[in-house]
Design a protein around this ligand. Sequence first.
Ligand SMILES: CC(C)(COP(=O)(O)OP(=O)(O)OC[C@H]1O[C@@H](n2cnc3c(N)ncnc32)[C@H](O)[C@@H]1OP(=O)(O)O)[C@@H](O)C(=O)NCCC(=O)NCCS
Length: 181
Amino acid sequence: MLNRTFTPFPILTTERLTLRQLVSNDEQEIFALRTDSEINRYLDRPIANTIDDARNFINKVNENITKNNALYWAITFSGKSTLVGTICLFGFSDENGKCEIGYELLTNFQGQGIMTEAVEKVIDYAFNTIKVEKIEAYLHRDNQSSIKLLEKCSFRNSNEPDKTNPELICYHLTNSIDNLK
Ligand SMILES: CC(C)(COP(=O)(O)OP(=O)(O)OC[C@H]1O[C@@H](n2cnc3c(N)ncnc32)[C@H](O)[C@@H]1OP(=O)(O)O)[C@@H](O)C(=O)NCCC(=O)NCCS
């Protein structure tokens, strides 16, 4: 059984970053993330049309956290409240001891190692606190920056194309001693 109790919300910190819960004040940055064509290029999700879409999205995310269905962090630089990206764990399976990871960064904050730092912390939380055995990431096969990031964080290509969408590939990381190599 997974340890899925997300209240109080688990704030995580790294050398440069604080990962905190989304608040209604994040609506402009969430809107930017969900409208920017470059960020959404390989993501299969509806583009936000209005700031209300961003507001509704924040409410939905926080509702899912209350129900212990998913975790969704705002990535910020420690000491600053502005959201620069997001990272989430979702699709928990108690039966198979696994979950999925997703992430995105505003374009101005890419290329600085921010997401590598955030992903490493969230992996540690998923394995050592939630106690999942496996983390999966589904991504478009041409999403090179995401592939590079996952491989840097020791994820491996599962080599099992998604049955519903052949353009999607799956990467996975298991909680084993191999991860320390
Ligand atoms: C996927 C995504 C988060 C990767 O962002 P990113 O900025 O490349 O990742 P990081 O924050 O880890 O930064 C790594 C880069 O910073 C560089 N870097 C600079 N300073 C660094 C530091 N102190 N530490 C580590 N890396 C550093 C690295 O060399 C690397 O650049 P490179 O790819 O040119 O070699 C980003 O491309 C994105 O938001 N894409 C759109 C959303 C998306 O597709 N999400 C994935 C869904 S599956």
